[in-house]
Write a protein that binds this ligand. Sequence first.
Ligand SMILES: N[C@@H](CCC(=O)N[C@@H](CS)C(=O)NCC(=O)O)C(=O)O
Length: 320
Amino acid sequence: MLVNGQWQKKWDPVQKKDSDGRFIRQSSAFRNRITPEQVQAALGNPNKDLGLKLYVGYICPWATRTLIARSLLGLEQYIPISVVEPQLTDFGWHFAPAGSGFPGSSSADDEGIEHIHQLYTQTDGQYTGRATVPVLWDQVAGKIINNESEDILRIFNQDLHPLHQSELDLYPEVLRAKIDQFNDSIYHTFNNGVYRAGFASTQQAYEEAYQEVFTTLDQLESHFSEQQYAVGTQLTESDIRLFVTLVRFDVAYHGLFKTNQKRITDYPALSGYLERLLQIPAFANNTRVDHIKAGYYSVKALNPTGIVPVGPELDWFKYL
Ligand SMILES: N[C@@H](CCC(=O)N[C@@H](CS)C(=O)NCC(=O)O)C(=O)O
């Protein structure tokens, strides 16, 4: 992580913990939005260039939220992406030299930077904190606009609405209260719950998170026995936020994070829901099981040998 703009080689991928060993995620530092004037100016350009770039990792559920929204809303042509190597190194997320990187990752030669932390120090020379993805980058100002996936989803859905190539509204006004409620009901106990189990540093903190993960999965199983979508009768940002954790569960969390009471495959309604979403290209095309496995199993604190499991073989791989 960075301390006053200096990269600290000795940092802990497990992040902060409380006195009982519970994992604490840092909050995001850059929370700007895109103004209607910026969008209007871009609409005036022949190529509608917004000067934006999205830095992501296919391993990362938070980054994948933004990738799926970008694809669903038809924003791919306006927002180029840069994909980091799946492994988190002693220098954080990085790009490899051309020809030597992981398939599907961008190269350092094309990017002109080697490490994601360079984006943070370019934005704030005194930045203290973790250098996380996703990052929404302003190529003109050379600064981070926003590094919080929750906001980036809303920027794409609302701020960039005039550029959409789709009728979808991922945060429709009439459903906002329900969407917020659903998001809250899965964030602590599921999206972040799996991390709280995996990165717990005491037995008690792990068991607490583990129980919450499976209580939430049981509730979701009954929800999807009767409902097709997370909220209402249409696809919303809540489906994206649930999907990114579901799709990583059997391939990474079940083994590495020890959330192993059941697999998603053992829940018929949730499996059906996952498979329905995977039949939508925006979901399937942004799911890279190779990056997910290589990335999670490279966390030395949890897997010192770095060995990446060969399995599992899952039915839904056929959609990828
Ligand atoms: N709240 C952030 C969380 C982003 C985040 O934690 N990303 C992870 C990757 S999945 C990361 O970059 N971790 C690097 C680190 O912790 O140093 C968001 O949702 O955008």
